[in-house]
Design a protein around this ligand. Structure first.
Ligand SMILES: [Mn+2]
Length: 357
């Protein structure tokens, strides 16, 4: 495994590069790929260091909202027979590359840039950072080598950060995430336009699908679990695609007293895509792992081949075990850290220690 800096050098110096997104692509994987391609091009001298960079995504169709990310970018066009370097972005495991797995593994040098804790380290060099998104990881990697990033790159990377964190309300949000955004804001990013594009731009089909999902809402385990499902018929009736189901699970976790939200979506191949959300310290990635999936503490997912009636008791049991680790307590009692007296005492201490200097 080469050092982080050496990997970034490899990325800049390799001649023919293939970048791979994950299947059922989200904004983070697409924006990461396009931004990475742009960063490489913006930091080389095309005359002395010409290179070919191709992007691969195994997806039947990409919805309107994410389509905007790849507008004008050639996708799935293999222009050379062999690449010198293959880079996966936002893929937690090799299988997430779908039909492009072989092209990835047949490349001699491979780099895996990701932020999923469950990443299987499937490449020769694995850059798995503890960031909100792969876009944030790419920003950090570029900064390490002082690479130039244009405004359009920043807008792409910002898009990955806000979508992977549901507009900075979920997922892994660190001091670094806020620092990166602050740095971006000091440059130029279209915060309002991007927020509207990604969060206030739902097609009607999504609203109808939400209506169907909410119609199936059930509560379990003394109302600590909220369960919803979407059937093939629901998708058909709402004239919706799988893309339209993204985020619906949040309506479950947003309910008072709910610590685990589940959304099971029946897919074309009859398997279920099961999306999980957790709060109040619940680690839903542990539950997802039991079923062969993964993710983060507060957001995770897995695929299930079988009937929902078979899955339900198993999943409920796994959820209840996780809930037992976090018995319900009175939360929110001390949200704003104590009363005024304590604050003035803290201030006194602060002043004293400053006098000591
Ligand atoms: Mn991501």
């Amino acid at each position: 495994m080469r050092s982080l800096e050496k990997c970034v050098e490899d990325i800049i110096n390799s001649k023919n590069i293939a970048i791979f997104c994950h299947t059922a692509p989200d904004a983070d994987t697409l924006a990461s790929a396009v931004a990475l391609k742009k960063i490489i091009k913006q930091n080389i001298d095309i005359e002395t260091n010409p290179k070919q960079i191709d992007i691969f995504v195994d997806a039947e169709e990409i919805g309107d909202i994410n389509q905007a990310i790849i507008k004008g970018v050639n996708i799935n066009q293999q222009t050379v027979e062999k690449y010198d370097l293959a880079i996966s972005v936002d893929a937690a495991s090799l299988s997430r590359l779908g039909k492009w797995q072989e092209l990835f593994t047949s490349t001699i040098n491979t780099i895996n840039i990701d932020h999923h804790q469950s990443n299987t380290q499937f490449a020769k060099n694995n850059l798995v950072l503890k960031t909100s998104s792969t876009c944030e990881a790419i920003y950090m990697l570029s900064k390490i080598k002082n690479l130039t990033m244009s405004d359009d790159v920043l807008n792409l990377l910002y898009s990955g950060i806000i979508t992977d964190t549901n507009n900075l309300t979920q997922g892994v949000i660190t001091v670094n995430t806020h620092k990166v955004i602050a740095e971006m804001m000091l440059r130029h990013i279209n915060i309002d336009a991007l927020k509207t594009h990604f969060f206030q731009n739902n097609p009607k089909s999504k609203a109808y699908l939400l209506q169907k999902a909410l119609g199936s809402l059930r509560f379990l385990a003394s109302d600590r679990i909220a369960f919803m499902k979407i059937t093939k018929q629901d998708l058909q009736d709402a004239e919706a695609s799988f893309d339209d189901s993204v985020g619906i699970v949040n309506h479950g976790i947003d309910i008072k007293g709910v610590d685990i939200a589940i959304l099971a979506i029946k897919q074309e191949d009859n398997s279920y895509y099961v999306s999980l959300r957790g709060k109040n310290g619940i680690d839903v990635s542990r539950i997802a792992k039991e079923f062969g999936g993964g993710g983060h503490d507060s957001m995770a997912a897995f695929q299930y081949n079988g009937l929902l009636t078979e899955l339900n008791p198993l999943l409920t049991k796994a959820c209840k075990e996780e809930l037992a680790l976090h018995p319900r307590e009175e939360l929110g009692e001390n949200l704003f850290f104590g009363d005024d007296d304590e604050i003035s005492n803290d201030k006194k201490e602060e002043n004293n220690s400053e006098n000591d200097k």
